[in-house]
Design a protein around this ligand. Structure first.
Ligand SMILES: [Zn+2]
Length: 193
């Protein structure tokens, strides 16, 4: 990708070395599928279908070594995401989330996306956020998150609004990380969300 050019659009193609990574984890919707650009619908009932969706997404996220996964990334246009920022809180589910306050700024580490394997770039995000939403049983929850957890939540909420990380990334930092197909975190240090 030419450095310093215009921001990429949804027609960008991965380099040949990454085609294999794009075919990996086919249950994850990849860039170019219109569902990634839709504004997802709110969830109104904690049905068995929603529980099944959460269980399916958890398996998919773990298999892909992701930190977060939003329902549109598995082709379901609903306002739900799961994440596990690697702290003691473990796996969390958030339904119909909204950021009620945001403070500070963070730029590290670079972001990547399970729907755009190999692409990474620097995205400036709020460093501290308060999020209100609902858990898997539609009980209200408030989450205060900082740093990595706050970054992951903001990335996933963007997915629910049809926004992808490269829309917000500094275009000069966007780069294809060859080696991402190995699921090797050292070859591709960017977050997988
Ligand atoms: Zn993503």
């Amino acid at each position: 990708m030419p450095q310093g050019g215009p921001p990429p659009d949804d027609s960008i193609q991965p380099p040949p070395e990454l085609l294999e990574a794009w075919l990996c984890h086919p249950e994850i919707v990849k860039l170019g599928d219109p569902v990634l650009r839709q504004v997802a619908r709110p969830i109104t009932l904690a049905t068995q279908e929603i529980q099944d969706l959460i269980a399916r997404m958890t398996v998919i996220m773990r298999a892909a070594h992701g930190l977060g996964l939003a329902a549109p990334q598995v082709g379901v246009s609903l306002r739900l995401f799961i994440y596990d920022a690697g702290d003691k809180k473990g796996l969390r589910v958030l339904i119909n989330p909204r950021i009620v306050s945001a403070r500070g700024e963070q730029t590290d580490p670079p972001e990547g996306c399970l729907s755009i394997p190999g692409l990474q770039g620097v995205v400036t995000r709020a460093n501290q956020i308060r999020v209100k939403g609902y858990d898997a049983r539609l009980k209200p929850v408030t989450i205060n998150a900082t740093e990595l957890e706050a970054r992951v939540i903001q990335h996933e909420i963007d997915h629910l609004d049809g926004i992808l990380f490269f829309d917000r990334a500094d275009p000069e930092t966007l780069v294809w990380a060859i080696g991402a197909e190995d699921d090797d975190d050292e070859a591709n240090p960017a977050l997988k969300e």
